[in-house]
Write a protein that binds this ligand. Structure first.
Ligand SMILES: Cc1cc2nc3c(=O)[nH]c(=O)nc-3n(C[C@H](O)[C@H](O)[C@H](O)COP(=O)(O)OP(=O)(O)OC[C@H]3O[C@@H](n4cnc5c(N)ncnc54)[C@H](O)[C@@H]3O)c2cc1C
Length: 378
């Protein structure tokens, strides 16, 4: 007999675990199944910079799942260093952090199956069927797709979101030569930035760049990252620690609820288009979906699932709209604008948004930006 659930969540990254945990938190009687094709702990290419604001989406102490706290950020542009020490950021190792969140979900009563790849979803009312490669099928009232930037299911079902794709490369350099500082460097790439995110046992070195038309697959990131890594005494890459991964940036309002199928996390385009921050928004999208799902199941009101669409655009999309405009201006004029915003006040504003102390809506002054662009032209 096919097993039946209230909710099946596909993907146990931060969005999936936040969703699973919070559904049980808001509706403890619900039957929730979480599936992931990987075996945990699993590596995920990521700088691992997390805003402490994520604590708002859980009722347990999340700090015990992090690797370290970084309280000095250095931005580098045109060889000039600007430091911000006002806004501490959490650093996480994803293999540890994601497993920590997964364990919390399991302790809260969520069923979990690892090494369980979902290959299809047969959409139907009132129950949809989730088909897996090796663990049989499941019937469920709600399906949540939390498959991350490399997922294939939403595409297969033709409900995927159109995102702007950023190519990214990450190198994990394990060392004890550490200064504890986080570096963001604009001098190594014309359409993005390079980063060094410190961990207690090494450095997560990375670089990101936009994929444009015929450049696809050939934007020279490995060479740029190696040049950058030389700064931190890395002369050759140990291939097993080098990981490429696309990042799906938010690119405008799109449909995330399709009857009883919902999309959360990066597959929903839930990544800040200016900074490529994805963990906090993924967790927030999981939390918002959980609230809506718990209500819908508790009150047997499937039609209310659509409220996730509304909540997402109110709580996340609106903020990303501002980030998108900023990103557009910066990308068009990066070389001209950078010298003008290379100031402590600018990096403090940026860090206050990243750390969750303020919002883009509060910090962005479009009149000032237009003046900067105008000034940069003449
Ligand atoms: C190089 C790089 C650096 C980054 N640095 C940062 C950073 O410093 N800070 C930050 O906030 N964000 C960063 N991001 C973005 C961040 O990593 C992601 O946005 C975030 O992990 C998205 O979470 P998620 O839960 O949506 O998906 P994921 O974390 O990708 O999890 C998806 C899960 O779904 C599973 N899955 C996929 N398909 C299936 C299937 N068919 N069946 C079963 N399971 C499936 C996968 O195994 C995976 O475990 C970075 C991204 C990259 C690529």
């Amino acid at each position: 007999m096919i097993k039946e659930y209230d909710v099946v969540i596909i993907g146990a990254g931060p969005s999936g675990t936040a969703c699973a945990y919070n559904i049980k938190r808001f509706h403890p009687e619900s039957k929730v199944l979480l599936l992931d094709k990987s075996d945990f702990p699993r590596y995920k290419p990521c700088g691992g910079g997390v805003s402490p604001e994520v604590q708002n989406y859980f009722d347990f102490d999340i700090e015990s799942g992090i690797d370290s706290v970084c309280d000095e950020v250095v931005m580098i542009a045109n060889g000039k260093n600007i430091t911000s020490k006002k806004f501490p950021l959490w650093m996480v190792r994803r293999e540890k952090f994601d497993t920590f969140l997964l364990d919390k979900a399991k302790q809260n009563g969520v069923d979990f199956i690892s090494s369980c790849e979902v290959i299809d979803i047969a959409k139907s009312k009132p129950l949809s069927q989730v088909l897996t490669k090796a663990h049989g099928d499941f019937l469920t009232k709600v399906v949540v797709i939390a498959e991350g930037g490399r997922g294939k299911l939403a595409k297969k079902l033709k409900i995927s979101v159109e995102n702007t794709v950023l190519a990214a490369l990450e190198y994990e350099h394990y060392t004890n030569k550490l200064d504890g500082k986080l570096y963001i460097d604009f001098d190594y790439n014309d359409s993005g930035y390079a980063w060094n995110f410190p961990k207690s046992d090494g450095l997560s070195l990375g670089i990101g760049g936009f994929i444009k038309g015929q450049d696809k697959g050939n934007i020279g990131l490995p060479k740029q990252l190696l040049n950058y890594s030389n700064k931190f005494n890395v002369d050759v890459f140990d291939k097993k620690n080098l990981h490429g991964h696309p990042i799906m940036l938010y690119s405008g309002r799109q449909k995330l609820v399709h009857d009883n199928i919902m999309i959360i996390g990066e597959m929903a385009g839930c990544v800040d288009p200016l900074t490529a921050e994805g963990i906090r928004p993924a967790i927030k999208s999981g939390y918002l979906a959980a609230k809506v799902i718990a209500y819908s199941i508790k009150n047997n009101k499937p039609k209310t699932l659509i409220n996730y669409d509304i909540a997402f655009h109110k709580e996340i999309g609106k903020e990303f709209y501002y980030a998108r405009i900023m990103s557009y201006f910066l990308n068009k004029n990066l070389k001209r604008i950078l010298p003008m915003i290379s100031r402590e006040s600018a990096i403090n504003s940026f860090m206050s948004v990243f750390s969750g102390k303020s919002t883009y809506q509060e910090k962005i002054n479009f009149k000032k930006i237009m003046q900067l662009i105008w000034k940069s032209l003449f």
